[in-house]
Design a protein. Structure first.
Length: 120
């Protein structure tokens, strides 16, 4: 999945005793009713947000993760790729190939005098 918006805040990296670390950030969507959406970047991927600044428009590619803990259910949006929205839009807006670029196929020659036993 992916979502485009403007970076609102980039939080400090969180390190845990197990050696796991993550970094969270929030983007504001560009809808009629904008939403602030929090994402996580795990381990080495946390470096992807380091060069980004609040106010920068980005597209975040992410997976939705869910889990149960003590009878309660939680969701996390875990990012795996961040790109500037201008770069993402340029890739998505590529023009389709022109019909002239497709290979041509010679039509099959049919012998009109030949009997055809096909029912259609």
């Amino acid at each position: 999945m992916d979502l485009t918006g403007v970076i609102k805040v980039v939080m400090d990296e969180q390190k845990f005793d197990s050696g796991f670390f993550k970094r969270e950030f929030v983007i504001t969507t560009e809808e009629q009713y904008p939403q602030d959406i929090i994402f996580e970047l795990h381990k080495e991927r946390s470096e992807m947000i380091a060069g980004k600044q609040p106010g920068e428009r980005v597209t975040v590619h992410f997976d939705v993760r869910g889990r149960e803990w003590n009878g309660r259910y939680f969701n996390n949006l875990v990012g795996w790729k961040i790109e500037s929205a201008a770069v993402a839009a340029a890739g998505a807006g590529q023009a389709p190939p022109s019909p002239d670029s497709f290979p041509t196929i010679d039509p099959v020659k049919v012998d009109e005098g030949e009997d055809d036993d096909l029912p259609f």
